[in-house]
Design a binder for this molecule. Structure first.
Ligand SMILES: NC(=O)c1ccc[n+]([C@@H]2O[C@H](COP(=O)([O-])OP(=O)(O)OC[C@H]3O[C@@H](n4cnc5c(N)ncnc54)[C@H](OP(=O)(O)O)[C@@H]3O)[C@@H](O)[C@H]2O)c1
Length: 245
């Protein structure tokens, strides 16, 4: 019985989108350290050297090409775990938000998540075994400022996660999301460099510090392992207490 709760991912293959930096890189590293084979999907050439790691250069904003990418990956490998991590934020006051930037954010943050969940999820359903982990955000709950496309996409990711969990929970596929708080990654370089905003953010976080990418990887390992076997359709804040304040 206790074996079910092990974090050992040996023999499991995980697709992690955006494994080239930040949270996705930390998730890929932790999954590798716990025995998984990891396939990274991102644009940047990847120099990670690990016998159980490989990557594929993909622009997830090219949503029309994603079904073919899924088919290629599945032709080579069974996929047990999908981590829809890649994402971006483009900020503009809404009245000036260019349509192409809106589409870019929605394509990468939402449509790619949906296409990959369907493509990798179908064989999981056939086997009656699989795990999908989506990356939501504090802006799945709050509106934020000058981030309307990001908030719309992440709100949708939270609702999509619940909707999919309702359909798949009884068929062996667990679907959940992680909602990171303020995490020190490339995405937040500008915020961290702004002394006032940096101080305001830290003061608002009960834990008193920005999160590290590893803090999110720990939650991903929990969701990928049997320790979370009765967790379905959850959008789990990992935020140093921010949401509860
Ligand atoms: N950092 C935070 O505070 C925070 C808070 C809440 C939620 N999140 C979410 O967590 C996830 C990871 O964020 P992060 O902070 O780790 O950001 P990051 O350091 O900027 O990394 C983003 C990753 O997404 C990939 N990516 C972006 N656009 C892509 C595209 N068009 N095609 C393929 N890959 C693409 C990037 O890879 P390439 O550049 O190589 O393509 C990179 O690996 C995102 O979904 C983000 O919204 C982050």
């Amino acid at each position: 019985m206790t074996d079910d709760f092990s974090a050992d991912l040996s023999g499991r293959t995980a697709v992690v989108t955006g494994a080239s930096s930040g949270i996705g890189a930390a998730i890929a590293e932790l999954f590798l350290a716990n025995g998984a084979t990891v396939i990274g999907l991102q644009r940047r050439p990847d120099d990670r050297q690990h016998p159980r790691y490989r990557s594929r250069a993909v622009d997830l904003g090219d949503t029309a090409g994603l079904d073919a990418v899924v088919a290629d990956v599945l032709a080579e490998s069974r996929v047990d775990i999908l981590v829809n991590n890649a994402g971006l934020n483009i900020r503009h006051p809404f009245e000036d938000f260019p349509a192409e930037d809106w589409d870019r954010v929605l394509d990468v943050n939402l449509t790619a998540v949906v296409r990959l969940a369907q493509g990798f999820g179908r064989p999981m359903l056939e086997r009656g075994d699989g795990i999908v982990i989506n990356l939501a955000s504090m802006l799945s709950f709050f509106g934020g400022f000058t981030a309307s496309a990001y908030a719309a996409s992440k709100g949708a990711v939270g609702q999509f996660t619940k909707s999919l969990a309702n359909e798949w929970a009884g068929r062996g596929v667990r679907v959940n999301a992680i909602a990171p708080g303020f995490i020190a990654t490339e995405m937040n370089t500008a915020l961290m460099a702004d002394e006032t905003r940096d101080r305001q953010i830290r003061e608002r976080i009960p834990a008193g510090r920005w999160g590290a990418a590893d803090d999110i990887a720990g939650a991903a390992l929990f969701l990928a392992s049997g320790a979370s076997r009765y967790v379905h359709g959850a959008v789990i804040p990992v935020d140093g207490g921010y949401l509860g304040r």
